[in-house]
Ligand binder design. Structure first.
Ligand code: ADP
Length: 391
């Protein structure tokens, strides 16, 4: 058990590139913290500095209150599990798991005890005598975790441990990792670029962009109260819709509907909007087929939407509708498009996505009445992308 503190840590590589910039983070004893962000944002670098595999250029790293910047990896009592786990093919599962304990010259009795306990936690008891080649991908990944767990380290570090597994297995293993962490109660930092994994796994999630920590919070708070456009757009699938909008008197003009503002919204926007311009964010689930909404005037507005494409997910329907003008062009959102591989695709401008109840009768190619829960609008500063809070 251990606390980990990253105190104003910067990593500058030999070529001068700053991969991590003035990073501050406190991980509590027994906490399961997820570090998430697009590829290349510095997650692995941050994790490798905690492990001692990478020098810290500036700042301090503390484990249980002790500065450990100069402590060798083997003296940090940390175990790390990577994406590419190398099991020894000629050894059985049991021998693979026992290996680090043999190296540490523990008595055989203690080794057997720890391997037995770990195999139980990981559901590998019946596989101890098998060779890795005869195991499934998920079982092999569990053996790799077992090799870390047997050492009972103070801290676990995991770098995209599930990304080699196929989608279905990844979901299963996600549940496993959660279960194992809560059973072991060991402090864990887990790196992933997959926001779904981040949101379903940890106690708290730290979101990074271009070496800079953007926000650290519980999954629920990140989702409901993102601090800026980047976090708002990165967390959630399908992503939040963004529109550029004008505040005029008592209403806000979205490209497809004018929304009356209540007093709280007005107060927030009076301070936040620049010359009456603001970026509005609306999550897809805050739209609905108007025909399925009871009293539509409560918290909401209805509008006519040309439905371009519908995708049925079984339990719900994604309806993409078009609108004119009001597109947002912001550096933070461009970064997200690049990460999603969408930067080279035909422009997605002028199209928003609504998540509708499966009962909806909206049809592709036709215009339909949609309802929007205007109490759920989020506002962002048009220049720096910061959230404008509505109290
Ligand atoms: P992530 O884990 O978020 O994908 P990394 O921490 O691996 O990102 O890398 C962050 C940035 O640092 C990347 O732009 C990468 O190219 C750069 N980088 C990583 N290792 C080195 C290195 N040894 N020398 C110079 N730049 C590096």
């Amino acid at each position: 058990m251990a606390t980990i503190t990253l105190d104003d840590i910067t990593k500058r590589y030999g070529d001068g590139y700053e991969a991590v910039k003035h990073f501050n983070l406190e991980v509590a004893d027994g906490e399961f913290l997820i570090l998430v962000g697009p590829s290349g944002c510095g997650k692995s670098t941050a994790l490798r500095m905690v492990a001692g595999l990478e020098d810290i250029t500036e700042g301090r790293l503390l484990i249980d209150g002790d500065v450990v910047n100069d402590r060798a990896p083997k003296d940090r009592d940390i175990a790390m599990v990577f994406q590419s786990y190398a099991l020894y093919p000629h050894m059985t599962v049991g021998e693979n798991m026992a290996f680090p304990l043999k190296l540490a010259k523990l008595p055989q009795e203690e080794i057997d005890k720890r391997v037995g306990e770990t195999a139980k936690i990981l559901d590998l008891e019946q596989h101890l005598d098998r060779k890795p080649a005869n195991l499934s991908g998920g079982q092999r990944q569990r053996v790799a975790m077992g090799r870390a767990i047997v050492r009972s380290p103070k801290v676990f570090l995991m770098d995209e441990p599930l990304s080699n597994l196929d989608a279905k297995l990844r979901v299963q293993m996600r549940t496993e990792v959660s279960r194992i962490q809560s059973r072991l109660e060991t402090t864990m930092i887990y790196v992933t670029h997959d926001q779904t994994e981040a949101m379903t796994l940890g106690d708290r999630v730290a979101v990074m962009r271009a070496g800079v920590l953007q926000q650290v919070d519980t999954p629920k708070n990140l989702y409901e109260h993102p601090d800026n456009l980047f976090v708002a757009g990165f967390i959630g699938s399908p992503s939040m819709n963004f529109f550029s909008a004008a505040v005029e008197g008592d209403s806000i003009k979205l490209p497809f509907v004018d929304v009356p503002l209540d007093d709280q919204h007005k107060a927030a926007l009076r301070d936040g909007a620049i010359r009456g311009e603001v970026i509005v964010g609306i999550r897809p689930e805050h739209f609905e087929d108007a025909a399925l909404v009871g009293d539509q005037s409560v918290h909401g507005v209805t509008f006519e939407a040309p439905i371009e494409v519908t995708e049925s997910m079984g339990s719900e329907v994604y309806a993409y509708f078009s609108y004119e003008g009001g597109d947002v062009s912001h550096e933070e959102l461009r970064d997200l498009a690049v990460d999603a591989g969408a930067a080279d695709l035909p422009d997605n401008a002028g199209r928003a996505v609504a998540r509708l109840d499966a009962e909806t009768t909206v049809q592709q190619g036709k215009s339909s009445k949609l309802w929007m829960d205007s109490s759920r609008m989020q506002f962002f500063h048009p220049e720096d992308g910061r959230a404008i809070r509505v109290s």
